[in-house]
Design a protein around this ligand. Sequence first.
Ligand code: LLP
Length: 400
Amino acid sequence: MIQTSISYQPFTQQRIADFQKRETPFYFYDMALLDNTLAALRRSSSKHDFTVHYALKANVNEELLRKIKAAGLGADCVSGNEIRQALACGFSGKDVVFAGVGKSDREIRFGLEHDIYCFNCESLQELTVLQELAAEMNKTARVALRVNPNIDAKTHRYITTGLRDNKFGINPRDFEKIASLLQDSPNLVLRGLHFHIGSQVTDIDVYAGLCERVNDLQQWFTDRGIDLPDLNLGGGLGINYKEPDRYPIADFESYFSTIAQHLKRLPGQHVHFELGRSIVGQCGSLISRALYIKEGVETTFAVLDAGMTELIRPALYQSHHYIENLSSDLPEQTYDIVGPICESSDCFGRDVQLAEIRRGDLIAIRSAGAYGQVMASRYNLRDLAESVYGKRENLVTNEK
Ligand code: LLP
């Protein structure tokens, strides 16, 4: 993955002084980085006239959603409550696409009531239910068929969604049945096909492969004279968890240009995306304090006041997040950085080298803007972490 390198210093002394006055743990969002990310996204997507929907599942905070809406993005929702939140933050029904393998009747009705742009449907049965509910409400539902393309996204198996043994999408073997079902469904209008093969995809070539597959699958419909005015390629573009200050903005340029190059876009067809992580991932950090430093038999543990209840990604996906000590410039030591929760998986990183930690030091866990706060839990009856929003001054862009 080629990435544009930008030098970036997110935590000024002034900011750290502000953090010191606050209760920890909390989530800090760098709103200027979000602005810069949205500007880069727009520059790269508009070259190809691509439409981007922000995947709310990554982060549903109002401050972020309002900025994202103001930047002209649509909303990709996976529950009735996400649609409700999108509407409450300024999106209109027409901005919303609704995905998910298990939409309840209540959620479908809610989507129909608000005339959302499109239901991304995942099964024959879902289409039947959607037709019934739309007929009852005297509505017409626009639908896209989520197709399982059987493409390996080369990412963690828990966030791989486009392989044939994943629960997602319609099997191309069912196209015949679907086509006749749609013909008998007066309240459904087919808009196009939808794909999403997984998340945190860093090998851009994977998208070239997806496009080749999409080109083949579309052919089945065009051969039968079935119109596909829309194509939705989902999300998944990865971010750099190892060096967030060197690569604070995802490689939108390569992503969109690879797709533009390999996709056989039908005449007049609109191409949509659903990006989550690449938009909000880098602007968020989890800020915590070191409670205790203790020597194990072979390991030095730094016990933080944040744990898997605030950020579950390392425990769930063994994911790496860059960790830094904001309070110390002492020589580096090696630590296992752990949380206070009664689970051995409550560990943010093993053998992490960072400036010597003393009790009370502020520790930042970076790249936590996506799938951080939204996946928090109240396990051990923990309080939910607050959000702090900051503006930034010293982003230096070296972009060509
Ligand atoms: N569209 C669909 C249908 C999806 O299932 C997802 C993510 C997206 C779009 C947005 O993907 P993104 O651009 O954010 O990669 N909790 C996991 C990630 C789960 C992703 C679920 N689906 C994590 O923390 O890595």
